[in-house]
Every structure is written in structure tokens, then in C-alpha cells.
Design a protein around this ligand. Structure first.
Ligand SMILES: Nc1ncnc2c1ncn2[C@@H]1O[C@H](COP(=O)(O)OP(=O)(O)OP(=O)(O)O)[C@@H](O)[C@H]1O
Ligand SMILES: [Mg+2]
Length: 285
């Protein structure tokens, strides 16, 4: 039997939270690691559609690591990483840009649009909204670092009910493209937009003390704990740019940052709309 009074109670409790959420910007990083399965992608898209239709101001930044590796392997380029960042020379960049901007971005936008969301795909190159440079200022190293972000374009989109979907590629003032880790792009956009929340969807339950052991999930960490875990080599590889961008976003005013498991059905909704504890929350103290 339907509990009508229960439904009304849920709505009454939910509306004040919704009112607060609608006032703020939320950056969601959709990790490539959480995109390996089409059902998974559809589930996450469904949650994003619901949140957008509830009136939340969202910005999606996506990765694409596994798909980039797949295409690199096809042309006999061995994917390599240093400190969680993809080693990027000219040939690698060509593949990275094709996969991120040409394939993944278009597919995500398409999936959102067929669900009646007005999604706009863009990279940092569009209207030059992200200016980047080589991470070590060397002309052959095409791993990018962000020099500046102009929030005008993204503001224009979200204030007109469009949903920006950002591929993590940007260029310098001379048009040289750079591959920027998507976590870093998400974190920097959160800072530039004064976002209230940064949510990172990936393929682990959150930050684990022991790799592959979900019972060692750390559900809440402060800056000191994160730095200790980096020092102890507990946080490594692809988790490094995540925690670093969370720390930066927090230091610049983002109220909460979360690393959650994109493979768990409705993890986004659970994180944003309920007080269910999911993933790892990084807080300032
Ligand atoms: N302490 C840790 N706890 C959990 N995961 C960790 C930890 N240290 C390193 N990792 C690794 O970080 C990975 C997630 O980062 P990864 O870059 O692979 O995914 P992603 O960022 O979601 O995808 P993409 O880079 O394609 O956007 C995990 O799969 C895990 O192997
Ligand atoms: Mg990654």
C-alpha cells in the first residue's frame, strides 16, 4: 500500500534542502574509471538528469582514462603515468584530445540531450575559458597546468539552464593544446565558480587505507590526514590529483568535497540528497 502521509513527510523534509542546493553551484567530476560499462554510464546520466531537473546548477567535468588507454594501445603507444598524471607527448595528446573531445564528450552530451537536458559540450579551449601551459614549462611536455579560468562562459550557460559538460583539454595563448588531469580541471572550476560542492565519481568506494579492501574506507578526512596518507604512500596514482584538487577547492572556499563510488547505483543522489554516508569527505579541519 502506498504511504501517502509518508510521501508528504519526505517532501516536507526534502524541500528546505532542495532550496539550499538550488542556490549553489555543484561541480561533478565523472571519472573515466566509472565509465567502463554502458549501464553504469546510463545510471549516472539518469541521476544527473534528475538533479538538473530539480533545478540544481551543475557543471560536469569528465575523464576518460580507460578509453584513452584502449586507443593508445591500438596504435602501440604504451600508456604511462607519473604521480597519477598521464605522460603526454605530441602523439599521445592527439589521441587524448580525439577521445575526450571527439568521442566521450559528444556521447555524454548526446545522452543528456536525449533526456531533454540542454547539455553543451566544451573543452577549456572554447572561448579560451581555460588557459593552460606545460606543467614544467617544457615545450615537449604536454601535460597541462591551469594558468587561469574565466568563469564568464560557464556562468552564462548555467544561468540559462544549460548543463556544461567539460572535456579537460585547454590551450595556451598561442593555441598549443594541453592534456590536463580531469580532477584538476574539476577542482579549479570549483574554485573559479565559487562552487559549494565538488563531487568526484570514480571506481573505488572512496579513499581506502588498504587498496582493494572496502572495509578500510576512510569516510571523513581532514587536510592533515590527507597529507599524512600521501606521505605514507597510501594515497597514490589516480587518487593523488583527486585529493590535491579537493584540498585546493576547500582552501578556496568550496564547502565540501567528496570522492564517491560511481559504480554504486544512485551514489550521486545519495551523496547530494540524503544524509546517507557514502565515499570519503575531505574537510578543512
Ligand atoms: N588510497 C587509495 N584509495 C582508493 N583508491 C586509490 C588509493 N590510492 C590510489 N588509488 C587509485 O586511484 C584510482 C582512481 O583514479 P583513476 O585516475 O584511475 O580513476 P578516475 O580519475 O576516476 O578516472 P579518469 O582518470 O579516467 O578520469 C583507483 O582505481 C585506485 O587504483
Ligand atoms: Mg584519474
Amino acid at each position: 500500500m502506498i504511504d501517502h502521509f509518508g510521501t508528504i513527510k519526505v517532501l516536507k523534509n526534502f524541500l528546505p534542502l532542495l532550496g539550499t542546493l538550488k542556490k549553489n553551484t555543484i561541480v561533478i567530476k565523472f571519472g573515466g574509471a566509472a565509465m567502463t560499462d554502458i549501464t553504469l554510464i546510463h545510471d549516472i546520466i539518469e541521476d544527473i538528469v534528475l538533479l538538473h531537473n530539480l533545478g540544481l546548477k551543475l557543471i560536469i567535468v569528465h575523464g576518460g582514462g580507460p578509453m584513452i588507454n584502449f586507443w593508445l594501445n591500438k596504435i602501440n603507444i604504451k600508456p604511462m603515468f607519473e604521480n597519477g598524471l598521464r605522460v603526454t607527448d605530441e602523439k599521445t595528446l592527439e589521441v587524448v584530445e580525439m577521445v575526450l573531445c571527439g568521442k566521450i564528450n559528444g556521447e555524454l552530451v548526446n545522452l543528456l540531450n536525449i533526456n531533454n537536458v540542454q547539455a553543451i559540450g566544451l573543452s577549456g579551449k572554447d572561448a579560451g575559458f581555460i588557459i593552460a601551459n606545460s606543467i614544467d614549462n617544457s615545450p615537449s611536455n604536454l601535460i597541462g597546468k591551469i594558468i587561469s579560468i574565466d568563469p564568464t562562459l560557464i556562468n552564462l550557460l548555467i544561468n540559462n539552464n544549460y548543463l556544461p559538460v567539460v572535456a579537460p583539454i585547454a590551450s595556451n595563448l598561442r593555441g598549443q593544446s594541453y592534456n590536463i588531469n580531469a580532477d584538476i580541471v574539476a577542482g579549479e572550476i570549483a574554485c573559479a565558480m565559487n562552487a559549494h560542492q565538488l563531487i568526484i565519481l570514480t571506481d573505488t568506494p572512496g579513499i581506502l587505507l588498504k587498496a582493494s579492501d572496502p572495509t578500510t574506507l576512510l569516510s571523513s578526512l581532514d587536510i592533515i590526514k590527507v597529507k599524512t596518507l600521501i606521505h605514507q604512500n597510501v594515497i597514490t596514482g589516480g587518487m593523488l590529483p583527486k585529493v590535491n584538487c579537493c584540498l585546493k577547492a576547500i582552501s578556496q572556499g568550496t564547502s565540501s568535497t567528496h570522492i564517491i563510488d560511481g559504480r554504486v547505483p544512485h551514489s550521486l543522489l545519495l551523496s547530494l540528497l540524503t544524509d546517507y554516508t557514502i565515499g570519503s569527505t575531505i574537510r578543512s579541519c
